[in-house]
Design a protein around this ligand. Structure first.
Ligand SMILES: [Zn+2]
Length: 82
């Protein structure tokens, strides 16, 4: 019998371990920016809850909308149009 363990990801370090990263969308600039969780880990923030994390736009300082993305899923959908 197969036991499927759900993956619970809350922290930057867990994002990184699961080949995931954050993309932040700024509505006013209409720009997506990718946030590498490794960067935050190197900054000493591996335990930051990425759901609570707030990323501001570099240009207009507006608070962006976070979206988590998976490197693995993207590799598997290379032939899909974005
Ligand atoms: Zn902006």
């Amino acid at each position: 019998m197969a036991h499927i363990k759900p993956i619970v990801i809350n922290k930057m370090s867990e994002l990184s371990e699961n080949n995931m990263y954050i993309s932040v969308y700024c509505e006013s600039c209409e720009v997506w920016r990718d946030i590498d969780p490794e960067m935050l880990i190197e900054d000493g923030l591996p335990d930051v809850d990425y759901v609570q994390a707030v990323f501001k736009c570099e240009d207009c300082r507006a608070i962006g909308q976070n979206q988590t993305r998976s490197h693995v899923a993207e590799r598997q959908s290379l032939f899909m149009p974005h």
